[in-house]
Ligand binder design. Structure first.
Ligand SMILES: Nc1nc2c(ncn2[C@@H]2O[C@H](COP(=O)(O)OP(=O)(O)O)[C@@H](O)[C@H]2O)c(=O)[nH]1
Ligand SMILES: [Mg+2]
Length: 380
């Protein structure tokens, strides 16, 4: 699972990325740290089944705080995007190449309207323009691939072939055409048809969630309602980063995504004042928004679920780790898919499975639910 963090310069992408990937090294085990400055691991937060089983888990990856399990997802801090990127302006082509890898995008928008389209400081820039601009930029990039190769394109298969680098399959092309009520005789398509087609396709392969960032700034009050109306999540990446750092320095107790924190260390007057300000943001919006954005991206946009391997007799692995693993599974995954995810041999030699919470036997076609704990029974 890879999530790209995108947006114009100075919207707060890197701050969001740092806030999301900063973890207290002392929390549990963590084999991977930041891969490089722009790629790292953030986390989705779910209720850990340790509560249900009344045990204490011991994650191999990610971590768990008071029954809140944090499961890693890869984040990419994509270079800033300026208008005209699809024509190669700025870091255009590099940007669009990064997109190829992402399952979905978090669009960090400056909701305070104090940066213009190119990322320069200004007054009163409408953030809704940024939303449209980013979508257009990607849509036009898709379109330019089609247009460039249009002479070679005769049917649905050819479209898929030209867009295969973007993980577009023939069936997805057909499905999209059907949704639009277009003819599969694509040579008859107008320019507008082509644009509508790539737009629909893009929504499927690069879905976008909007983080309405910098809500701690008063200027955001003018825009935030309209942003929420289009589904954006109010967010203060700077507040989340400050809380994570304070937590790391043992000044506060804070669980990422919570609507509150507790001061537990010696803080200066200045620190207390800053923390009080953040507290107000938490009260106003329910959280800093950073965790919510990541959770919404994975669970609402991509409709993934978290599934845990475990056994009816034993929830621990050979090393005695309780509920050591948590896997993100795509929508409609079955028990058999999960067996393959754990180990190819489990998949090949699958006999049956057990829902460990209910102790019910389930077959290979059983559709997994979020937070299922599943035991796979496989032959030798
Ligand atoms: N007030 C406020 N400033 C922020 C927030 N997030 C980022 N910034 C500031 O916006 C500027 C640009 O942030 P940065 O993360 O470098 O943006 P990027 O160019 O999109 O990576 C920096 O001065 C940040 O401190 C936020 O939530 N609130
Ligand atoms: Mg940056």
């Amino acid at each position: 699972m890879k999530i790209g963090i995108v947006g114009k310069p100075n919207s707060g992408k890197s701050t969001f990325f740092r806030a999301a990937t900063l973890i207290n090294a002392k929390i549990g085990n963590f084999p991977f740290t930041t891969i490089n400055p722009n790629i790292g691991f953030g986390f989705v937060r779910v209720e850990c089944p340790e509560k249900f089983f009344k045990v204490k888990c011991n994650p191999r990856v990610g971590f768990c705080i008071e029954g809140n399990r944090f499961v890693p997802v890869e984040l990419i801090d994509v270079a800033g995007l300026v208008p005209g990127a699809h024509k190669g302006r700025g870091m255009g082509n590099k940007f669009l190449d990064d997109l190829r890898q992402a399952d979905c995008l978090i669009h960090v928008v400056d909701a305070s309207g104090t940066t213009d389209s190119n990322g320069r400081e200004c007054f009163d820039h409408n953030p809704l323009e940024d939303v449209k601009f980013l979508e257009d930029e990607i849509n036009y990039w898709f379109l330019s691939i089609l247009e460039r190769n249009w002479k070679k394109i005769n049917d649905v298969k050819d479209i898929a072939k030209q867009l295969s680098g973007l993980k577009v399959s023939t069936s997805l092309v057909s499905e999209t055409i059907k949704k639009l009520n277009f003819t599969e005789r694509i040579k008859t398509w107008s320019y507008e048809n082509k644009f509508d087609f790539v737009k629909k396709l893009r929504e499927k392969i690069n879905p976008i969630i909007i983080a309405a960032n910098k809500v701690d700034k008063v200027e955001s009050e003018k825009w935030i309602k309209d942003l929420i109306k289009i589904g954006a999540i109010p967010c203060s990446a700077e507040a989340e980063l400050a809380l994570k750092e304070a937590e790391k320095n043992k000044l506060i107790k804070y669980i990422p995504g919570d609507n509150d924190f507790k001061i537990i260390g010696k803080v200066t007057d200045k620190q207390r004042e800053a923390l009080e300000k953040i507290k107000k943001i938490l009260k106003k919006f329910g959280s800093t928004g950073v965790q919510e954005v990541i959770n919404k991206a994975v669970f609402d946009l991509l409709k993934y679920i978290v599934v845990f391997p475990g056994g009816v007799k034993k929830l621990a692995d050979k090393e005695g780790r309780v509920l050591p693993d948590a896997f993100l599974m795509p929508p409609d995954s079955t028990a058999l898919d999960f067996a393959y995810k754990i180990h190819e041999d489990f998949g090949k030699k699958f006999i049956s499975a057990v829902d460990v919470k209910t102790k019910q036997r389930i077959g290979k076609d059983y559709k997994l639910k979020n937070l299922d704990v599943i035991e796979i029974i496989a032959g030798r």
